[in-house]
Write a protein that binds this ligand. Structure first.
Ligand code: HEC
Length: 143
């Protein structure tokens, strides 16, 4: 029957998209992509608590590509979440959101049973790259 075949195909599509999303989510086996931060003011060793690049256009474009390659698979393209992970457009703006952002991106997130649900990025990106991503996220409209 035609309609059954159609439903079957739909089910297969749904299953495939799950298969695509779940392994990287569960095992964190996607290689992080390096982020070239040339052109940004260097920040040194000490971790900032507040985004030093807010509104900086260079930071925004570096952050956009860094985000797209490393965060979008969970948090959604253009920072519009598909539901797999929180929608980062709704992080608090300004210093309050900055502190939470840098904590999460450095250390990632685990479930209470110890399963990693977001990989840590400390040691992979420098803080210039992290604040560039924050700059891009904050530039995204919420509607
Ligand atoms: C493997 C999927 C995955 C990837 C990749 C990922 N995240 Fe996450 N992220 C999550 C999940 C799931 C949560 C929710 C954690 C929780 O509820 O404790 C989260 C939470 C966050 C939070 C806190 C959000 C809130 O509302 O409290 C921030 C900030 C964040 N991620 C930033 C990033 C950035 C920036 C990147 C890319 C460098 C990234 N994440 C990559 C899955 C991911």
């Amino acid at each position: 029957m035609k309609s059954t075949t159609f439903l079957g195909a739909l089910a297969i599509c749904a299953a495939l998209s799950l298969v695509h999303a779940v392994p990287s989510f569960a095992h964190g086996d996607v290689t992080p992509q390096p982020i070239d931060t040339a052109g940004l003011e260097p920040l040194g060793e000490e971790w900032r608590k507040e985004n030093p690049y807010r509104g900086n256009e260079t930071a925004k474009s570096i952050g956009e590509s860094g985000y797209t390659q490393n965060c979008a698979r969970c948090h959604g393209l253009e920072v519009i979440s598909g539901g797999l992970a929180p929608d980062l457009r709704f992080l608090e703006p300004g210093a309050t959101g900055d502190e939470w952002f840098i904590e999460r991106i450095r250390h990632g997130a685990k479930k209470t049973d110890g399963t990693t649900i977001m990989p840590p990025f400390e040691g992979i990106f420098n803080q210039e790259a992290m604040w560039a991503i924050r700059t891009y996220i904050e530039s995204r409209p919420t509607e």
